[in-house]
Ligand binder design. Structure first.
Ligand SMILES: *Cc1c(COP(=O)(O)O)cnc(C)c1O
Length: 448
């Protein structure tokens, strides 16, 4: 399908001022006086338009986007079908509250999620606004259905910034520092992290985690194990094969809800519709958000009907959950993923990006590990010839790329991971040009 409108912006990188330009600097000064200091920004440039794989700033600079607003604009920003669906819906009604007078698009999103998510068992869905809100609701559902309270999460996990999800998130600064006390009954288990755990197999790492859970929590106290199938903020850590299936199996045998937090990995991002699909893992509950609605705020919990329906009527909801504009956008996103074969596109992006990163690694021993799947790929950077994290190098490479018109993000417990999350709408030319810049960034960023 061709664009329903002419792109207002160029489709290639263009730098017309220094970065940030004068207009962005003016806005940054206004931000200081208007916006709470705790709300940070990665790039000092202010957006004026974004489309496909590029973003234009208020000074007329055009950036190639390797971040997708943190894995949200998977179908591209202002994707044509999303714009059309949202515009049409906005003219009909913007809100009624599904809990007051419901509407059909909410049902359709639920039906499609029930079909698209792993497993062909009977499922139900509830819609919310943010990833954190959906994670909280998954925990509520698991507690209500099991009559148990404890929740197990993992090292390096990120599940959000609300009180409960902050307790579930691993990293103190910036997410938790000064914000305690934290919610009780949240326990942390060791992950499978091949690069840093001496190459434990998936089965060995699962046995280690399960042993700790059994000793420190006890299966009969445990409502849910919540895990990102590939960790996002924690550093794009891909557990060794067998780790997720073994955990899911143990949960099934012990009446514990296995909850996949696919907020970052969902919707074609990893070269499967969901990252759980990769190893045939069927979660009891799956949490989705980010890529679900092309930039409109929407999230969901989808799962086994017997668990989802265990909650009393009125026990789940929220004023805006499943807002009609967001539902219209989500349906357009799901159509776009299917019609434009974006799952395959993500796999192709993986090949291109990993090849580029391997050729950088051959020349540069500071690239310690290349990992990830689909259009969710990262490099972990270390001091030469060691495994010591090199966060300053990650920052230097990212800053160089920003100045040269490429949006890249960092992450990781040690801040030493560069992550690449391009929109699946990015062209091969844009991708190639962006990685030319990344390669230059490594060549010009001196020993950290
Ligand atoms: C971003 C993220 C969240 C939180 O989502 P918000 O919409 O920011 O609340 C939760 N889990 C994972 C894995 C995420 O990447």
């Amino acid at each position: 399908m061709t664009s329903t409108r002419t792109s207002p912006i160029a489709t290639a990188r263009r730098l017309v001022t220094e970065i940030p330009g004068p207009r962005s600097r003016e806005l940054a000064a206004r931000k200081l006086d208007a916006v709470a200091g705790g709300v940070g920004t990665t790039l000092p440039v202010y957006a004026s338009a974004a489309h496909g794989g590029v973003l234009e700033d208020v000074d007329g600079n055009v950036f190639i986007d390797l971040g997708s607003g943190i894995a949200v604009t998977t179908v591209g920003s202002s994707a044509p079908r999303v714009v059309e669906a949202v515009t049409d819906q906005a003219g009909r009604f913007t809100h009624t509250c599904f809990m007051v007078t419901p509407y059909e698009s909410y049902l359709e999103v639920a039906e499609r999620l029930n079909r698209l998510t792993p497993g062909d068992h009977d499922k139900r869905t509830a819609l919310f606004n943010s990833g954190a809100e959906a994670v909280e609701n998954a925990v509520k559902i698991a507690r209500s259905a099991t009559g148990r309270q404890a929740v197990v999460v993992f090292d390096h996990a990120y599940h959000g910034r609300t009180t409960l999800t902050m307790a579930m998130t691993a990293k103190s600064v910036p997410y938790k520092h000064g914000f305690g006390p934290f919610a009780p009954e949240v326990y942390r288990a060791p992950l499978s992290y091949a690069y840093r755990d001496g190459g434990l197999s998936g089965a060995e790492a699962a046995a280690r985690a399960i042993d700790q859970i059994e000793k420190q929590v006890g299966a009969t106290n445990l409502a849910a194990v919540v895990i990102e199938p590939i960790q996002g903020e924690g550093g794009f850590i891909v557990p060794a094969p067998g780790f997720l299936p073994a955990l899911a199996e143990w949960c099934r045998a012990n009446g514990v809800a296995f909850v996949a937090d696919e907020v970052q990995t969902g919707f074609a991002r990893t070269g499967d519709m969901f990252a759980s699909d990769h190893e045939g893992v069927v979660p009891d509950l799956i949490v989705t958000a980010k890529g679900i609605a092309g930039g409109l705020p929407l999230s969901a919990v989808t799962g086994r009907a017997d668990l989802m329906d265990a909650v009393h009527p009125g026990g789940l909801g929220g004023t805006y959950g499943g807002n009609p504009l967001a539902c219209a956008a989500a349906l357009a996103v799901m159509d776009t993923i299917a019609d434009e074969k974006l799952v395959e596109r993500a796999r192709r992006i993986e090949e291109v990006v990993k090849a580029r990163l391997r050729s950088i690694q051959e020349k540069d021993d500071r690239v310690g590990d290349i990992r990830g799947r689909g259009a969710m790929i990262a490099v972990e950077l270390v001091e030469p010839g060691s495994m010591t994290p090199a966060p300053a190098l990650a920052k230097a490479v990212a800053t160089y790329a920003h100045r040269e018109g490429v949006i890249v993000l960092t992450c990781g417990t040690y801040g030493n991971v560069l992550r690449f999350l391009p929109p699946l709408a990015i062209s091969d030319a844009e991708l190639g040009e962006a990685f030319d810049v990344v390669e230059d960034a490594f060549a010009t960023s001196g020993a950290s």
